[in-house]
Design a protein around this ligand. Structure first.
Ligand code: SF4
Ligand code: SF4
Length: 72
């Protein structure tokens, strides 16, 4: 069964380490050109094709990513 996913990033807690970027199998996350109040570039989902694999959330050292999944 295919899964469709969506992530929510706590952008204020993201420290811009970029650890999450290479582990996304569908390349839907990138670093924003914007910065949070601490001056860090934060990660954001930029395309719809998230499959909800949770890779990004698992590797994030600060646990700032929440993954939502629905069956399609
Ligand atoms: S849950 Fe998986 S597919 Fe979705 S953004 Fe994270 S790593 Fe990419
Ligand atoms: S791994 Fe976590 S802290 Fe690092 S850039 Fe990604 S969301 Fe931000």
């Amino acid at each position: 069964m295919a899964m469709k996913g969506k992530i929510v990033v706590d952008t204020e807690k993201c420290k811009g380490c970029e650890v999450c970027i290479p582990v996304c199998p569908t390349n839907v996350i990138e670093m924003s050109k914007l910065v949070n109040s601490k001056g860090y570039h934060f990660m954001e989902q930029v395309r719809e094709e998230c499959i909800g694999c949770t890779n990004c959330a698992l590797v994030c050292p600060d646990g700032v990513i929440t993954v939502y999944r629905v069956k399609v």
